[in-house]
Design a protein around this ligand. Sequence first.
Ligand SMILES: O=c1nc[nH]c2c1ncn2[C@H]1C[C@H](O)[C@@H](COP(=O)(O)OP(=O)(O)OP(=O)(O)O)O1
Ligand SMILES: [Mg+2]
Length: 219
Amino acid sequence: MKRGDTVVVATKNAGKVKEFAHAFGKLGLNVVSMFDYPDLPEVVEDGLTFAENARKKAREVAEALGMPVLADDSGLEVEALGGDPGVYSARYAGPGATDTLNNAKLLMELEHLAKDSFTTDGKQNQLEDGTKLLSPARFVCTLALFDPASGKFMESIGFVDGQIASKPRGSGGFGYDPLFWLPTHGKAMAELTMEEKQAISHRGAALALLLGKLENHSE
Ligand SMILES: O=c1nc[nH]c2c1ncn2[C@H]1C[C@H](O)[C@@H](COP(=O)(O)OP(=O)(O)OP(=O)(O)O)O1
Ligand SMILES: [Mg+2]
């Protein structure tokens, strides 16, 4: 990849598109997404892992377009929920789920748990304004780049650890960002600027790894 090239990202998530456009833009690369190819058939995300889904999205779109394609499969793993919603993060609230409905479902599940079995030691798990920290959690991002000419994948993974807060904060980012509290920053992910999010996020980490691999590869 050289300055001026276009990267095709197999995503229909506007939040991801913005983040990739920002990151690749810094390298002088343009980003197009599935919003630019509205006629391509939907990829069914029936994999059991993030990596399987990322590979499936990348390969199907790359084969349809006859060029290399990057895909991102990501989600939220919540400790108190045994790793849920995981690969089902986008559909947590059911078919037709939105970010708002998924966030509501997440809080409902965690508050339910807190009532049943959780013994929270009050102060330690509370922010100054009374917001409760309901469970440790992490965001996971897997990236897969598929080149139909070689039939090969290049892959990477990134993580970021945090806590699920009982109340949303901030208006940046997308998805579960308003509920994802970063103790290291004293802010929710949705309170970070694009630059700050990219520096610490699961997607930023996975992308940095992938770019490193690409660089080694082309030497
Ligand atoms: O940085 C993030 N900040 C907040 N939430 C996030 C993030 N990264 C992933 N998430 C959540 C959103 C969605 O509920 C699920 C991804 O699902 P995932 O299938 O990978 O993406 P998607 O269906 O929205 O778009 P697409 O498959 O077309 O790329 O995890
Ligand atoms: Mg999806």
